[in-house]
Design a protein around this ligand. Sequence first.
Ligand SMILES: *Cc1c(COP(=O)(O)O)cnc(C)c1O
Length: 379
Amino acid sequence: MKNQDIEIYLSRPDITEQEIEAVRSVLMSNDLSSGPKVTEFENKFAEYIGRKYAIAVNSGTSALFLCVKALGIGPGDEVITTPFTFIASTNCILMADATPVFVDIDGESLNIDFAKIEDKINEKTKAILPVAVFGNPVGMDKVNDIAKKHNLFVIEDSCEALGSSLGGKKAGNFGILSTFAFYPNKQITTGEGGMIVTDDERLTNICRSLRNQGLKNISGATVYERVGFNFRLSDINSTIGLVQLTRLTENIKKRQQVARWYQDILKNETRLKTFSATEDCNLSWFLFIVHLGEKYTQKDRDKVMNLMLKAGIQTGVYFAPVHLQPYIARDFGYKDGDFPITEKVSQRTLALPFYGNLSKEKVETVCENLKKCLDVIDS
Ligand SMILES: *Cc1c(COP(=O)(O)O)cnc(C)c1O
């Protein structure tokens, strides 16, 4: 379907004149990359999360991969993670030639089922990589308890959870290294971009070196001390992030309002269930997700998505089970049924249009159409 036929998009970034002006002034300066805006963005971001250090990189995927590398995880090592996530949180393990070991999710929280983690720990296990799915950091404290008991690292994927908190503690404080992402559908965007946060100075230096060709962190010296990458974030991107960060609290409120409209309108619709945060979590909404009822199949879900698109409304699949993606299923021998909760949730889930500037009127249109689509399936 051509873009001009879509009336209500799944996601829209929230860009104002302020971002445009900020980019303009960076473009007029002499520092297009690795200038003052990167450092300022890192400092403000670390302060917002409440951690000592932040390392800006060019994507959330790069952030995750650098965490794995900085911890010295590689061939022969295992990292425990969830199969119900965006593919990057498994790819970062594979990119380091380490082995992802999946643990199925909890059917309510949709995050890794911490009660099943210990069964998968052995002498090869080096880290646990939990994901705050749809922005909900629930269970991160429990994962940390388990990691501490077994002397494992926690790499926290909070790429969907900027602004969320659990028991008063902000997402981004639950890993020795924690990651964020700034793709346009996230709570703030830099176009592309990512951030690592940590309190560990040694790991900070390794991450800074890895993102910049392995360069040693001594000014004046040109010594490369390891194989590094070019994962630098530019000043152009960083200046957008700085402006976005000043509007984050306001944008989180706008997104909350949109989520409430959806919840209100859909609360009596018994054919589906909406995603909401667990009690101890203050959710910074990432997506608005609905789970179709038990009687519906994956085919029904796909049909709903097609009918919605015909009505000009874009919806999304979150997530395709990671263990069943062809290269992972092939290399590790996974098959249907290996992680049944992930598969069941995945088959009946769809994401509705969701962003801070979505109007109440459009939310109503989406819900009316969704009900109509279910009527068609039911008839
Ligand atoms: C967005 C996201 C990432 C990072 O994605 P990039 O597109 O590389 O910035 C990582 N993990 C999860 C769970 C995400 O949603």
